[in-house]
Design a protein around this ligand. Structure first.
Ligand code: ZN
Length: 302
């Protein structure tokens, strides 16, 4: 626990995930003063627990000057939209239409900064992790699902809505012709075929214990190599940062490097071809990037 004075400016931050919410209060330097893990249940229950945490923390650390939220999606990020700050239609029971920004702004009378969980994590990697000093990079989380935040010229890329890199369409690996896609929308998207959840559908065994030459991993390496090749051609990033539970598999990254080079077949900048180990890298903040980014979102307002 850090020491604080009642005059110190503190901010609140939430990484709102599909299985848990991480709530923190941080000081002006970004140091975490209080932290709570809250399971993602029905919105009413989860949001009430968040309110209890922040109310308690404010008694201890003083009033929050702003709140930053990185949320699971899909979410509305356009401040001009009527449903700005809301969860859009989601299969997660009860959460469709939940208005995060409105709820917390009203509860605590603070400005609320809002973005996707993966954009918050990308921001965290940019400020404190593997993409420090890098204004053009892609951060991808390969976990239960797949998502990416793209920073271009120092700004997180956003169009009419946030990017959905997990749903880019890919040719199936020959080992996977009959595999069941885990995406309800697409038979051939990355999330449907290469997310941790989709790998879990292929076998009763624990995927992480299978060797990397097992067909499941051979296909996974192919998909992730393909993903990195496509991201390279689309965004010309200085770096691709890979995080998430699937990337914890030992020895996976060098296999992705080799597959990326095989697929890109010499057609990339010499900086990339000559130093792929420093081009496609692992997250340095895994598990903490989202919170670091949500704190940065809040501090951008305070
Ligand atoms: Zn999909």
């Amino acid at each position: 626990m850090m020491n604080s004075t009642s005059t110190e400016k503190v901010v609140g931050a939430i990484e709102a995930g599909g299985t848990k919410f991480i709530c923190v209060v941080a000081n002006a330097a970004g140091d975490i003063l209080s932290r709570a893990l809250i399971p993602t249940e029905q919105p009413k229950t989860t949001l009430a627990s968040c309110v209890r945490f922040f109310s308690q923390a404010q008694l201890q650390w003083g009033r929050m000057s702003a709140l930053g939220i990185g949320s699971f999606g899909p979410v509305e990020l356009n401040p001009k939209a009527e449903d700005y700050g809301c969860i859009k239609k989601t299969p997660k029971p009860g959460w469709s239409g939940t208005n995060f920004v409105g709820f917390f702004a009203q509860q605590f009378n603070v400005p609320v900064a809002f973005d996707t969980d993966v954009n918050a994590a990308a921001l965290g990697e940019h400020l404190q992790g593997a993409a420090r000093g890098c204004d053009d990079f892609v951060y991808v989380t390969v976990g239960t699902g797949i998502g990416a935040g793209v920073m271009s010229g120092g700004r997180l890329v956003q169009g009419v809505t946030h990017l959905e890199v997990g749903h880019i369409l890919v040719p199936r690996h020959s080992f996977d012709i009959n595999a069941v896609s885990n995406c309800p929308f697409h038979q051939n998207c990355l999330e449907g075929l290469a997310s941790g959840a989709s790998l879990g559908l292929r076998t009763a065994e624990s995927v992480k214990d299978l060797p990397l030459d097992h067909p499941i991993w051979v296909a996974e390496i192919y998909y992730l190599g393909l993903m990195c090749a496509n991201l390279t051609q689309l965004y010309a990033p200085e770096k691709i940062v890979l995080g998430g539970g699937v990337m914890m598999k030992e020895g996976l990254l060098p296999k992705i490097h080799a597959e990326f080079l095989r697929q890109i077949n010499g057609y990339a900048h010499e900086r990339i071809l000559g130093d792929v180990a420093n081009y496609i890298v692992l997250s340095e903040l895994d598990g903490k990037a989202g919170v670091a980014g949500a704190i940065a979102l809040a501090r951008s307002l305070s």
